[in-house]
Design a protein around this ligand. Structure first.
Ligand code: ADP
Ligand code: MG
Length: 257
C-alpha cells in the first residue's frame, strides 16, 4: 500500500455481551506505515476491539474495513490471508524445537491450510517441498528481525524479549500489511524493550502498519505515532502521544475515580 493510505478502518464498532457493552461505537483508522497504540484502563475494551479486527468475535453492529473492503463477519483464517497478522500476549513456543522450526510451525498454523491434529503431526504431514518453503520463509523472517544467528538454538533458550521477537517473525511469515501486537513489551527489561521498539520502527520504515495494545506507557509514548484511548468501551481521546498525555479526560480516566 502507498504511504498514508487507509489500511484499517474501525467504523462505529460495537460489541455487546448480553447486557454489557464491551465496545461502544468505537471508530479509528490506521494508515500505511503508522504505529498506533490502543491504551486504556483494565476492562476498557481493548482486547475485545482486537478480537473484532481479527475476526475472533463478530461485531454486534458497525463495520471493520481493511484496505477499503469490509472484513466484518469473515473468519479469522480469511482475515489473516488478506494481510492482518497478530501476536498473542503469551508466547507460544514448543520447547525442544529450534527457533527456526518454531517460526516455521507458527507460519504453517496460521496459513490457510489448517490441518487437524497436533503440531508435530501436522509438520510430518507436509511433503518435503512444502516443508522447505516454510523453512525458507521462516529463515528469511528471522534474519529480518535480527535472530539470524539463533536459527538452530532451542527456542526455550531465548530470553523473553527474543521470544517476543520470534513471535513477530512468525506473524511476518503470513506476509501481513498490518501487524497487531498484544502487549508486546509486558515483562521485558529496558534493553529488551529498546530492541523491540527498534525492530518495530524498522518494520514501519518498510511500510508496515502496526496496531498495539500496551500497558507500558513509557514504551507507547516513545514508539507510537498516534494513540487511541478507551475507557468503559468508549473512545475517550485520540491523537499524538503528546496530545493524549496532556488531555484532561485521559488524566481523569487514569488518575481519577
Ligand atoms: P481490556 O482488554 O481493555 O482490559 P476487554 O476487552 O478484555 O478489556 O473487556 C471489556 C469488557 O468486556 C470487560 O468488562 C470484560 O469483562 C467484558 N468481556 C470481555 N470478553 C467477554 C466475554 N467473552 N463475555 C463477556 N464479557 C466479556
Ligand atoms: Mg485486555
Amino acid at each position: 500500500p502507498q504511504a498514508g493510505a487507509l489500511i484499517l478502518q474501525v467504523d462505529s464498532a460495537r460489541k455487546q455481551f448480553g447486557g454489557l457493552v464491551a465496545v461502544n461505537n468505537v471508530s479509528f483508522d490506521v494508515r500505511a506505515g503508522e504505529i498506533i497504540g490502543l491504551i486504556g484502563p483494565n476492562g476498557a475494551g481493548k482486547s475485545t476491539t482486537f478480537n473484532l479486527v481479527t475476526g475472533v468475535l463478530p461485531v454486534t453492529s458497525g463495520e471493520v474495513r481493511f484496505c477499503g473492503e469490509s472484513i466484518s463477519g469473515l473468519a479469522s483464517r480469511e482475515i489473516v490471508k488478506r494481510g492482518i497478522a497478530r501476536t498473542f500476549q503469551h508466547v507460544h513456543l514448543v520447547a525442544g524445537m529450534s527457533v527456526l522450526e518454531n517460526v516455521a510451525i507458527g507460519g504453517h498454523l496460521r496459513s490457510d491450510f489448517r490441518p487437524q491434529g497436533g503440531i508435530i503431526a501436522s509438520m510430518l504431514c507436509l511433503n518435503r517441498n512444502e516443508e522447505a518453503k516454510l523453512l525458507h520463509e521462516a529463515k528469511r523472517q528471522l534474519i529480518r528481525v535480527g535472530l539470524g544467528d539463533r536459527l538452530h538454538d532451542d527456542a526455550s533458550s531465548l530470553a523473553l524479549g527474543q521470544q517476543r521477537i520470534l513471535e513477530v517473525a512468525r506473524a511476518l511469515c503470513c506476509d501481513p500489511s498490518l501487524l497487531l501486537l498484544d502487549e508486546p513489551a509486558a515483562g521485558l527489561r529496558y534493553q529488551e524493550k529498546e530492541a523491540l521498539a527498534g525492530l518495530l520502527r524498522k518494520l514501519r520504515s518498510e511500510g508496515m502498519s502496526i496496531l498495539l495494545v500496551e500497558h507500558d506507557m513509557d514504551f507507547v509514548m516513545h514508539l507510537t505515532d498516534r494513540l487511541v484511548v478507551m475507557e468503559f468501551g468508549t473512545k475517550i481521546s485520540e491523537g499524538t502521544p503528546q496530545h493524549v498525555q496532556n488531555d484532561p479526560v485521559v488524566l481523569e480516566a487514569y488518575l481519577g475515580g
